[in-house]
Ligand binder design. Structure first.
Ligand SMILES: *[C@@H]1O[C@H](CO)[C@@H](O)[C@H](O)[C@H]1NC(C)=O
Ligand SMILES: *[C@@H]1O[C@H](CO)[C@@H](O)[C@H](O)[C@H]1NC(C)=O
Ligand SMILES: *[C@@H]1O[C@H](CO)[C@@H](O)[C@H](O)[C@H]1NC(C)=O
Ligand SMILES: *[C@@H]1O[C@H](CO)[C@@H](O)[C@H](O)[C@H]1NC(C)=O
Ligand SMILES: *[C@@H]1O[C@H](CO)[C@@H](O)[C@H](O)[C@H]1NC(C)=O
Ligand SMILES: *[C@@H]1O[C@H](CO)[C@@H](O)[C@H](O)[C@H]1NC(C)=O
Length: 483
């Protein structure tokens, strides 16, 4: 899932489709999802599921792998999220190992308004009114109903999978469409939505302290030094030290917050995906872990914490093959206002719309127990107004987020046969289900693991909690598919 700013182009969450994770900058760093050997398919979908009189339709992209399909076997549906659906998931990932053992047909449906699934001519704010989790769930229901018929799957049980926002969608789909979904595996799913997600950075602080206990303090000192240099208008120095793409210009408090956020997001991204086995998705910076960051932050030969922080940022840029870091709020807003499908924000505008109108999830520095400074909630909400218009203000965002919790129930999920795996160093687990709610609403906590860790292909370096989570998920799949 995402946060918006920085690398804007960076956008939202790095990573590919089943698990984005909402980091704005990360969007920019999205791997290019191309896997020519996996064919694309198209499905005719209604624009508006909630008005029978509206007959407009569009083409939604999906992928299929029937290699393991056995007659009478289940159907596995991977739900797409806030970015292009990455076909790499059709040939890799834990779900395919379950499919092989259980004889499942595998499908992945791209989320409306992301990737190549374009319901409207452009992404003007008026058109984005058709972008919502409720419409997305109705897309899935219609897709399932038609595909069942088309592929002769009348007797098959359907299992929905997803990670991060699509993890929430999978739980919500099982809850709202229990006659269609037999069970859901809702990995790293923030099922409670919240405007002011200040707990995010508390988990970042905790995770940073695990290997080097003084790492958060060093980052705090560095962020404070950056703030001080901003007050002193040392723009050339900041531009050079952090390799900014153009000379830093500060004309408003939003410019300042944007720079601080852009820097912080680099660290958030490292923590959120620490050691996740994401290389198969085309992610470049998997070698940058909490330990790499904190080793640099502890290296006195690099100078004061400020210079070590600058070194961390430059190291991350280099690993991603980026020449410089974009820290211009003005440019960010320009890109986010671009309503063409080809816009460089790669889904960032669409995700921003969903955060402003459904979820919030704004990672503020409003908690005392975190190492960054200068990124208040008001900065995030101001972005909603700057991008979509003045009516997208705090009261609108707050009301919308409350409606979302009223509709889905927040942490008070009612239902059955849903699994909630969460990594404990993943900041998103703070909005997820962390204890069993009943005998078949099961929480799986993974010690030392990051965002969506259980979904990635297995490897030896996985913390032991991850293979045991995968095994437990498989056990529950086997058991529940027989009920
Ligand atoms: C399905 O997945 C298997 C295992 O990764 C792979 O060998 C096969 O090529 C895939 N088929 C399609 C159509 O993607
Ligand atoms: C940090 O992690 C590395 C690699 O896992 C380990 O070798 C080292 O002992 C850890 N250091 C501390 C202080 O925990
Ligand atoms: C500290 O940084 C210096 C300069 O980059 C490097 O040569 C040295 O290996 C680093 N020390 C540690 C302990 O990582
Ligand atoms: C929007 O983005 C496209 C693709 O990057 C670009 O060609 C176009 O000029 C942009 N439009 C505006 C108004 O910035
Ligand atoms: C955000 O939440 C934190 C922690 O609960 C709280 O201290 C802070 O005041 C909140 N910020 C706003 C603007 O409500
Ligand atoms: C938000 O905008 C609405 C009008 O769209 C206005 O009535 C309301 O007072 C505004 N709230 C705040 C907190 O500015």
């Amino acid at each position: 899932m995402f946060r918006l700013p920085v690398l804007l182009l960076l956008l939202v969450c790095l990573g590919a489709s089943p698990c984005y994770g909402f980091l704005a900058k990360a969007h920019k760093r999205q791997p290019t999802a191309s896997s020519p050997s996996v064919p694309e398919y198209w499905f005719e979908q209604r624009l508006n599921h909630f008005s029978g009189a509206d007959t407009r339709v569009w083409q939604q992209r999906y992928f299929m792998n029937d290699t393991y399909r056995q007659s009478g076997g289940p159907v596995f549906l991977m739900i797409g999220g806030e970015g292009p659906a990455n076909p790499a998931w059709m040939t890799s990932g834990a779900w395919l190992t379950y499919a092989e053992k259980l004889g499942a047909l595998c499908l992945m449906l791209e989320h409306r308004f992301y990737g190549k699934s374009h319901p409207t001519q452009d992404i003007s704010t008026d058109n984005l009114h058709y972008l919502s989790s409720q419409q997305a769930l109705a897309d899935i229901a219609h897709f399932q109903t038609v595909m069942k018929e088309k592929l002769g799957l009348a007797d098959s049980k359907w299992v929905v999978f997803g990670g991060s926002y699509p993890g929430s969608l999978s739980a919500w789909y099982r809850m709202k469409y229990p006659h269609l979904a037999h069970m859901a595996v809702a990995s790293s799913a923030p099922v409670k939505v919240q405007v002011n997600f200040s707990e995010y950075l508390e988990v970042v602080q905790l995770a940073l302290s695990l290997n080097h206990s003084d790492c958060p303090e060093a980052i705090k000192m560095a962020s404070e030094e950056v703030s001080k240099l901003l007050v002193l208008s040392s723009f050339q120095k900041l531009t050079d030290d952090f390799r900014l793409c153009e000379l830093l210009q500060i004309n408003s408090w939003m410019d300042t917050a944007y720079l601080l956020d852009t820097l912080a997001e680099n660290i958030m991204n490292v923590v959120q995906y620490n050691k996740d086995n994401r290389e198969f998705e085309g992610v470049k910076d998997t070698s940058i872990t909490i330990q790499v960051v904190c080793d640099i932050m502890a290296n006195k030969s690099l100078g004061t914490p400020y210079y070590r922080y600058a070194n961390v940022i430059r190291t991350i840029l280099e690993v991603n093959g980026e020449k410089c870091m974009d820290a211009s709020y003005k440019k960010f807003i320009q890109d986010m206002r671009n309503i063409t499908w080809a816009s460089v924000s790669l889904g960032g505008r669409q995700w921003m719309y969903q955060t402003c109108t459904e979820f919030g999830f704004f990672q503020s520095t409003d908690s005392a127990a975190q190492p960054f400074s200068g990124i208040p909630l008001s900065y995030h909400v101001q972005q909603c107004s700057d991008i979509f218009g003045p009516e997208y203000n705090l009261s609108m965002v707050t009301d919308s987020v409350q409606q979302t919790n009223e509709y889905y129930g927040g942490l008070d999920i009612k239902g059955s046969r849903i699994i909630f795996p969460n990594g404990l160093i993943d900041p998103w687990h703070r909005l997820g289900i962390n204890a069993d709610l009943s005998g078949d609403l099961i929480a799986i906590q993974m010690e030392g693991a990051a965002h969506c860790a259980n979904m990635y292909p297995a490897r030896l370096e996985d913390p032991p909690s991850v293979p045991s989570a995968r095994q437990y998920i498989f056990q529950l799949l086997t058991k529940w598919l027989n009920t």
